[in-house]
Design a protein around this ligand. Structure first.
Ligand SMILES: [Zn+2]
Length: 145
């Protein structure tokens, strides 16, 4: 499931309107969201009042073969470079298929030493899981008393 949120945008004409951004994109599950991201649907829109083109300054959590990264939604040129480095699009900017993204993630997980960023995130995730498990256990023990 993908959680969306509304952000408020103020046009130079002073018109204020709401724009919907996904909280996060799991790139191997939602090819249509990857396509929207690549096409600019999450970083550009136009004012419903005066039709002026507007670049959205938002943040988006992207779950990619290279790890989970919080990216800023603009400007477009930088975004394409980031998506390429995260292994979501090829060097021409074309999105990989869900299968391809999933295969890349599997490959990276099997070669964590070549992917230090992903390795660090996995370690943090394991730490957090262990912490939560320990925390829950302690809570349960408290309740028993
Ligand atoms: Zn406007």
């Amino acid at each position: 499931m993908t959680i969306h949120r509304w952000i408020s945008i103020k046009c130079p004409c002073n018109h204020v309107f709401d724009f919907m951004l996904p909280q996060s994109i799991t790139t191997w599950l939602y090819p249509e969201m990857v396509q929207t991201l690549v096409d600019g649907g999450y970083y550009q829109t136009s004012c419903p009042e005066c039709r002026k083109a507007i670049i959205i300054e938002g943040e988006l959590m992207v779950n990619a073969p290279q790890g989970i990264v919080l990216i800023r939604t603009g400007p477009p040129e930088e975004l394409k470079e980031i998506l390429y480095r995260l292994e979501i699009v090829d060097e021409t900017g074309k999105p990989f298929s869900s299968q391809e993204i999933s295969d890349r993630l599997k490959h990276n997980l099997n070669n964590l030493d070549d992917n230090p960023f992903l390795k660090k995130q996995r370690e943090l995730f394991e730490d957090q899981k262990n912490f939560l498990a320990k925390f829950k256990k302690e809570e349960n023990e408290k309740e028993k008393k």
